[in-house]
Design a protein around this ligand. Structure first.
Ligand code: ADP
Length: 250
């Protein structure tokens, strides 16, 4: 039996009375690599924020790791990399190491004590993402790709079982983007981390994700890539060429 990490049932979300999501049903299982796609403004970020408890949910039910969201208190099991800021202020007064340490703090319960294990975890993630050599640099001085690796390190430092990425590669050059996706794929394939990725990189998603969710206020499509590639409905949304592009690389 696959282990359900996220369960969403009949979720409706509104901003100031305006319905942004309606009747969303979704299950995410351990080991999934789910790509969430859809037009701009279709509710993808809101869906992610709702499951993280960042927007209030009054209609529908959400469970995380089997627990109702309202009583879920193991947030260190979830890593979140939000949409990228346009640019960091180059003088933003935090170093790479400090930012990654903030991730450690977020995973602790009150009282927040520093443990020896923290230093070991920090070292490991800095090495793994190849940011140890720049640990004393200010985040705002770094390239876009380096900044994204730092934010990924912050999201990963508690070794979460579920990693949620909201358009993580916006503004990265193609080579850095490939590198970033390679890292995420290794987390999924080699370390068993479940991934939910909101993305516009339709040409590359088929190479990485195992499952595709197309959201446009509701769930328009939810299935494997094989099913997606056979779906005439999806050819309608992406155009035949777009669908071909996504599918030929899978
Ligand atoms: P996507 O991630 O698919 O681009 P979003 O979830 O960001 O879509 O937004 C869905 C809709 O909700 C859009 O119409 C957007 O303008 C609106 N919206 C998003 N965030 C807010 C907010 N904080 N307050 C009011 N409206 C919002």
């Amino acid at each position: 039996m696959p282990v359900e990490l996220v369960g969403i049932r009949n979720l409706t979300a509104r901003y100031e009375g305006m319905e942004v999501l309606k009747g969303i049903d979704l299950k995410v299982f351990a080991g999934d690599y789910l790509a969430v796609v859809g037009p701009n403004g279709s509710g993808k970020s809101t869906l992610i924020k709702a499951l993280l408890g960042l927007v209030p949910v009054r209609e529908g039910a959400i469970t995380l790791f089997g627990a109702p969201q309202a009583s879920f208190d193991r947030w260190e099991r979830i890593g979140y990399l939000p949409q990228r800021l346009k640019a960091f202020n180059p003088h933003f007064p935090a170093t790479v190491e400090e930012i990654v340490r903030l991730g450690l703090l977020a995973g602790k319960r009150f009282p927040k004590r520093r443990a020896r294990q923290d230093d070991a975890d920090l070292e490991e993630i800095l090495q793994w993402l190849d940011i140890a050599p720049i640990r004393r640099r200010l985040i705002g001085e770094l390239s876009g790709g380096q900044q994204q690796r730092v934010l990924l390190a912050r999201a990963m430092v508690n070794r979460p079982e579920l990693l949620i990425l909201d358009e993580p590669t916006t503004a990265l050059d193609p080579e850095t983007r490939e590198h970033f996706y390679g890292l995420v794929q290794r987390l999924n394939k080699n370390h068993g981390v479940t991934v939910i990725l909101v993305t516009h990189d339709s040409a590359t998603i088929g190479r990485y994700a195992s499952r595709l969710l197309y959201v446009d206020k509701g769930v328009v499509f939810d299935g494997t890539f094989e099913a997606f590639c056979r779906s005439p409905e999806m050819a309608g949304f992406f155009g035949e060429y777009g669908q071909h592009l996504i599918c030929q690389r899978h």
